[in-house]
Ligand binder design. Structure first.
Ligand code: NAP
Length: 352
């Protein structure tokens, strides 16, 4: 472990994962922080911020001098287009541009960590072997996570710094300006159904209703990120990071409905992206009446992301045995997490 003060570079600091890590690290006197994203960090931050477009190699090179004393990189960026389109080439490029710019200048660099997810195992493609384990072989075909990790490993092998990668699933946490997350999306859906005088219908069929699921509390993930980046045994390793329990929508849906003063409705398979096309005015009405932060529905909820979440008619679980064996033993009770996070969204005036 380094004896000197550490300096974190949080890449993707305006996003859900990056902004929550920034909050946790800011409370640790052992760390200095520099944040990087095109947008500012939501809710402000005392850290130095670099507004850089990682798709622009020239800009990365021009700003790299300001990163010379970074010791740990937390790579939490991903290039997502409208309707939750995640392009392979762009996501490889944002890794390559950053590391190519950083490598010649960052003499103190010890570790680069990459946040990936269960798409590593094809969770978005159909039924896969569960619980997913880090030792399971890669799937055939292209995957932006494989491209990113290969680019990272290749550069690590030519350098003195190590790497790690964490695999969370459906990350739940407060986020401003980052709509691709389950809590914001579920909350806006509930508020709109309530405004329409409907119960909280489940927007998918029986198989999704009863599939075994994992999610990851973003605070748990932040703690795991710091642990894996600073624990020497984690160098060159991948870890699944999920709450540690499993749940079915069937069992948590009534209590989520109750948090909005609603009854659970029936199973009504639908595309939320299509259903929500004309619901922007309803959200605007709710947001204005309740004094919420953002009345633009597209900036609070991501319906294409929701359609991916509710398309999973198969078990989506991961083993956390490896993380526990290596020494990360924290867990979160998912049924306790949902009401806690919805309360945080209400306090931040994002949800009613
Ligand atoms: N959300 C989930 O439920 C979930 C689940 C499993 C795994 N993951 C993984 O976790 C990681 C982080 O996810 P997240 O939910 O925190 O994502 P997010 O909220 O969408 O944040 C993405 C971040 O990437 C930055 N970014 C994108 N393009 C950029 C560019 N060209 N230059 C600079 N910065 C750029 C964005 O900043 P600007 O737009 O301000 O530039 C933003 O800060 C991703 O690898 C994702 O696949 C997420």
């Amino acid at each position: 472990m380094s004896q000197t003060r550490r300096k974190a570079l949080i890449v993707g600091a305006s996003g859900m994962v990056g902004s929550n890590l920034n909050i946790l690290l800011s409370n640790d006197p052992g760390w200095d922080i520099v944040t990087l994203s095109r947008r500012q960090v939501p809710l402000g931050s005392n850290a130095q911020h670099l507004a850089v477009d990682l798709l622009n190699a020239e800009q990365c090179n021009a700003d790299a001098g300001q990163l010379a004393d970074v010791t740990h990189v937390f790579f939490c960026a991903r290039a997502v287009e409208t309707n939750y389109v995640i392009k392979l080439d762009e996501n490889r490029l944002i890794v390559e541009n950053l590391l190519n710019a950083l490598s010649p200048v960052a003499d103190r660099l010890e570790h680069v960590q990459m946040i990936h997810g269960m798409k590593w195992y094809g969770s978005n493609l159909g039924s896969y072997r569960t619980p997913a384990k880090e030792s399971h072989p890669r799937l055939p075909g292209a995957n932006f996570y494989y491209e990113q990790l290969d680019a990272l490993i290749e550069r690590s092998q030519r350098s003195s710094w190590s790497w790690s990668t964490l695999r969370p699933h459906f990350i739940c946490g407060t986020a401003i300006g980052s709509p691709s997350n389950p809590i914001a999306t579920l909350g806006v859906y509930a508020a709109i159904m309530r405004e329409m005088g409907e119960p909280l219908h489940f927007p998918a069929g029986q198989a999704v209703w009863t599939a075994n699921m994992n999610v990851t509390d973003v605070n748990l993930l932040s703690k795991a990120m710091i642990w894996a980046a600073t624990e020497p045994r984690c160098a060159g390793e991948a870890f699944n990071i999920v709450n540690g329990d499993t749940f079915c929508w069937r069992d948590v849906w009534p209590s989520i409905a109750a948090l909005f003063g609603m009854e659970a409705g029936e199973l009504r398979p639908m595309s939320l992206r299509a259903f929500m096309e004309d619901k922007g005015e309803i959200w605007k009405r709710v947001a204005t009446r309740e004094g919420l932060r953002n009345s633009n529905i597209a900036e609070v909820a991501d319906w294409a992301f929701a359609d991916v979440m509710f398309a999973g008619a198969w078990d989506q679980t991961a083993s956390v045995v490896k993380a526990h064996q290596y020494g990360f033993n924290e867990m979160v009770d998912t049924e306790e997490m949902f009401p806690r996070l919805f309360s945080q969204y209400r306090e931040l005036k994002i949800l009613p």
